[in-house]
Design a protein around this ligand. Structure first.
Ligand SMILES: [Zn+2]
Ligand SMILES: [Zn+2]
Length: 441
């Protein structure tokens, strides 16, 4: 049997029942690929954040964030992206060290700015109040203005914070790592995404505090985990799934404290190494050795997994690749009890907790949970009109994917070239390091 959800709830985590690939959390709901987070809802690919909703790639201490992506040390902010050390800011992109800024891009150490223009405290408060961000209409207006405004400002070809000799995007405190995305503390590694503290490793999707791992999905706290899925705290383990605290195992499933085991059967040390060698020879002859489990064995259809958000494919492309496509995605429709949600969060009472809402985009039904409602009230944020899935999809569309293209700097006259996660057909203005620095400082 397989675990329905892979988390450490009731062991390392407390009150985090509906979480997946998750550890060391407290009071979290619907969070995926995250650890050491508290009071979070609908958060993924994150660590060390508190009181945060509908956000992703938050890989540093943060608190009170809403609809935000790739931020560090931000507090009480909403819709802030690729930013650090912000307090009480909203709708900001690549800002740092700012307080009370709204609709700003590429700002450093500013206070009371709107669309990069300096105002007095009184002027700032007056304009901000005019936008009525506590209403759905006001928030949507700000969102539209923000999305247009950020396209008029150049951005850096790749987003690195404290990195040396790296290629990729959304990377912090890393060195000598290539093709690494949305990761912190990567060292001497290649082809990683969504990781936290990974050393001397290649080809990993998710994983933390590990070394010398290869071709794996979440080999957390492991060393030499090769071709493994959800294999935590293990050493010298190959082609295994859901094993914990095991060493010297091959082809095992759901073992705990396993040792010298093959297909879950324990051998003596000598027998283990003899048999392992024999199996590897056999796999080499069949062309299987050195490759990850084939995708066709995934228990999930491609379009119902996160893969389709990271590497989107059409139905035909999925089927032509020999993968499974799910026509009937799990969803509830037609049970709506409330269609017209009041515009202003202040006009909504906790009666909304008893209502079934309907996503304005896909018509899927969804609910507001008590903690989520308290969060919206506390930060004066309107109730979302879209379901969890549409919100996640929208967030993915605002960030770069885990691929790079070789491109030229778009500043007139500059001949610099670089590897960037911005595909050539994207609308953003992409600058090299030099041109970007001149623009910002
Ligand atoms: Zn939806
Ligand atoms: Zn340039």
């Amino acid at each position: 049997p397989a675990l329905s959800l892979f988390n450490d709830n009731t062991i390392g985590s407390e009150n985090c029942e509906y979480t997946q690939d998750f550890a060391f959390g407290k009071n979290c709901y619907m969070c995926m690929v995250a650890w050491r987070i508290q009071d979070c809802m609908y958060v993924c690919y994150s660590a060390d954040t508190k009181d945060t909703v509908d956000s992703m790639d938050i890989l540093g201490t943060g608190e009170g964030l809403y609809e935000s992506i790739f931020d560090e040390k931000c507090f009480g902010c909403r819709n802030v992206y690729y930013s650090s050390a912000l307090i009480n800011c909203s709708f900001c992109y690549d800002c740092s060290g700012c307080e009370f800024c709204f609709l700003c891009v590429n700002l450093r150490n500013k206070k009371y700015c709107i669309k990069n223009v300096q105002y007095t405290k009184e002027e700032y408060e007056k304009i901000l109040a005019f936008y009525e961000l506590e209403t759905f209409g006001g928030s949507e207006k700000a969102k539209r203005e923000f999305e247009n405004f950020i396209l008029t400002k150049p951005r850096k070809y790749a987003f690195f914070r404290n990195c040396v000799n790296c290629i990729g995007d959304k990377l912090t405190n890393s060195k000598n790592s290539k093709y690494v995305f949305n990761t912190r503390k990567a060292e001497n590694s290649k082809y990683l995404e969504n990781g936290d503290t990974q050393k001397d490793s290649y080809d990993l999707c998710i994983g933390g505090e590990l070394s010398e791992c290869y071709e794996g999905l979440t080999p957390d706290h492991s060393n030499r985990a090769l071709f493994t899925i959800y294999t935590w705290k293990s050493v010298n383990i190959l082609y295994s799934e859901s094993c914990q605290s095991s060493k010297n195992c091959f082809g095992c499933v759901a073992l705990k404290y396993g040792e010298y085991s093959i297909f879950n059967k324990q051998y003596t040390k000598e027998e283990y190494f003899k048999l392992k060698k024999k199996i590897i020879e056999h796999m080499k002859n069949g062309g299987e050795w050195g490759e990850f489990f084939p995708m066709k064995y995934s228990p999930f259809a491609y379009n119902e997994s996160m893969a389709n958000l990271s590497f989107p494919m059409t139905k035909n492309e999925i089927i032509n690749s020999g993968l499974c496509f799910q026509d009937n995605l799990q969803q509830t429709k037609g049970k709506t009890t409330l269609k017209e949600i009041p515009d202003n969060i202040n006009d909504i009472s906790d009666n909304i907790l008893n209502e079934i809402l309907e996503c304005t985009k896909c018509k899927r039904n969804y609910k507001i949970t008590p903690n989520e409602f308290s969060f919206y009230k506390k930060w004066r944020i309107p109730v979302p009109r879209n379901c969890f899935f549409c919100r996640l999809e929208k967030r993915f569309s605002l960030r770069t994917l885990s691929s790079v293209w070789h491109r030229k700097c778009m500043k007139e006259g500059c001949k610099n070239e670089f590897e960037t996660a911005y595909a050539p057909d994207r609308p953003e203005i992409i600058y090299c390091e030099n041109c970007y620095q001149k623009e910002v400082y």
